[in-house]
Write a protein that binds this ligand. Structure first.
Ligand code: GLA
Length: 388
């Protein structure tokens, strides 16, 4: 990937002096879905796939951006001190503009321009955080090149801020956190309310993680996502009439069941039910993993999917077909959708020796039922953003 990006950079920007290289990973969330913006726990790990950049310094104030994934858009040219606004024709570069804006808004002075060539090997819009990896990549680049020395958690919050206020998706903090803070061969249990986290070794013995991509375009995913956020906020407000809580993550399942009558809209009640029980499942899953009880871990993943399907309504025929086909394979310990849903990917814990038959059988059923072709990847658990 790097060699190719290097030569693209040289072709576009000539012999541009010292080249700096960076990487920020995508992530897969093992369990704890749609809990982050509800103040609950998540359990993601970084992938060894993600977004790469080659950067060279310019002596003027121009920022020149190019992505090999969006070659049709060509070079996007900006000025370091311009007003950064969202422009649809800039597509992927809006994430970069949003990051520049937030550095400037926080009083950081950008003293010179940059040439940045980007390329990624995670499929866009597949629920593996291609956008968060781009935000964290740019944050890492600016922090490194301009020697700002900003702490990683601030950069993570800025990444989420770009997503919320510049792009317009009211997402939680999980993806940026995972892309920045992950360590190799570990997943991270993150409390999204306090931002406390612990790393848990991913000892899966003879099992591996297989990611399956539905290759279904996510369509209205962003507006549906924001709708879920709002539904949970409304449910929370009604619970707060009686309970002294700040988020849905503050209550356990018993307290929820005793008070759910406060939530007047039955749909909102289901959404909150998911958020509360999924939070519990996530904590239970990490304990199961620690006890080397992979069977329980897998069952909790399956329950997570069922709740995302029945209570949260974010799956759809493609994700459900892939997951159900995976459940029917004897080699599967657990399978569920991962990420926001509405298309995107599933995550599966599968016996190593039966990976090929898993891919063959699940892929075949999926194509028969949906007419689409799934892609499968064996996930290697990588580490967070860094200069190379
Ligand atoms: C997307 C968002 C995350 C999280 C997940 C669902 O990936 O960016 O913040 O809400 O969906 O768990």
């Amino acid at each position: 990937m790097h060699a190719q990006l290097n030569s693209t950079h040289q072709q576009l920007f000539g012999n541009a002096g010292e080249l700096f290289k960076f990487f920020a990973p995508g992530r897969v969330n093992l369990i704890g879905e749609h809990t982050d913006y509800n103040g609950g726990h998540v359990f993601p790990c970084a992938l060894d796939k993600g977004t790469y950049a080659i950067v060279s310094i310019r002596n003027d104030n121009k920022i020149k951006l190019y992505s090999t994934n969006f070659s049709k858009i060509g070079i996007v040219e900006l000025e370091v001190n311009q007003k950064f606004t969202h422009e649809p024709q800039h597509d992927w570069a809006n994430y970069v503009k949003g990051m520049y804006k937030i550095f400037l808004d926080n009083g950081y002075k950008i003293s010179h321009g940059l040439n940045i060539t980007i390329g990624g090997n995670i499929p866009n819009g597949a629920g593996l955080s291609s956008s968060a990896s781009l935000e964290i990549l740019i944050a890492t680049i600016l922090n490194y090149i301009y020697k700002f020395n900003i702490d990683p958690v601030t950069l993570i919050k800025w990444g989420q801020n770009v997503e919320n206020n510049f792009i317009g998706v009211n997402s939680g903090i999980m993806d940026q956190f995972a892309s920045m803070m992950s360590i190799e061969n570990h997943a991270m249990l993150l409390n999204c309310s306090t931002l406390d986290y612990i790393y848990a070794p991913l000892n899966l013995n003879e099992y591996i993680i297989i990611i399956a991509n539905t290759n279904k375009r996510r369509g209205l995913a962003d507006s549906k996502y924001n709708e879920r956020v709002l539904e949970c906020q409304t449910a929370l407000k009604q619970l707060q009439q009686k309970l002294d809580i700040k988020t849905l993550g503050d209550i356990n399942s018993d307290t929820f069941l005793a008070n759910e009558y406060l939530i007047t809209n039955p749909i909102h009640r289901l959404r909150a039910h998911h958020a509360v029980f999924e939070n519990q499942r996530t904590k239970d899953a990490v304990i199961a993993l620690k006890n080397n009880d992979l069977i329980t871990f897998g069952l909790l993943m399956n329950e997570s999917h069922i709740s995302l399907r029945d209570n949260y309504a974010v799956t759809g025929i493609e994700l459900d077909t892939l997951v159900e086909a995976a459940w029917n394979e004897p080699s599967t310990l657990g399978a569920r959708m991962t990420g926001a849903g509405f298309g995107g990917c599933t995550v599966n814990i599968v016996h190593k020796q039966m990976a090929d038959s898993f891919i063959h059988n699940v892929g075949k059923i999926y194509t028969e039922k949906t007419g689409l072709c799934a892609d499968f990847y064996i996930a290697n658990v990588g580490k967070g953003a860094h200069a190379l």
